[in-house]
Design a protein around this ligand. Sequence first.
Ligand code: SLL
Length: 153
Amino acid sequence: SKRLKNLQICRPFVYGNMAVPLKEDRSPDIPPDHTHSWTVFLKGVNGDDLSSFVKRVVFKLHETYPNSSRSIEEPPFEVTETGWGEFEISIRVYFVPEASEKNVVMYHHLKLHPYGPEAEQQKSDGATVTSMQYDEFVFSEPTESLFEILTKK
Ligand code: SLL
């Protein structure tokens, strides 16, 4: 569809991960060398639903994971796993066809271990570690259909 000239429209989002150390009562299905459970995610800000313009999100995990490329087609756009190590995850976002936008990719370093001033306390509490980033999708000269999708309601 036609593109709207001299117009730019942005949508904020956050991406990152949460991680918790596995406890003694871990499921027997979890390999013994795994130390943490974690979730990597991409989501809207303040509970905003991205699925009106995001068609799918592909999380590319470390090759040590089976089916390391995980395609998520509906919200929540996230992957939960267990493991032992930190690594870089690529997060590739595909937009709905009406948008005629190229996919975009972000890189996130999976964080399992707390560090810094609160690290020792967090470790002994078995507290959740969070690492996330704010970003914005910027659509320059969006198609009319994308503009409609982003501005309705
Ligand atoms: C490291 N460079 O050595 C990193 C690699 C890979 C982590 C970390 C796999 C779990 C599984 C897992 O945790 N990989 O085998 O299912 O720290």
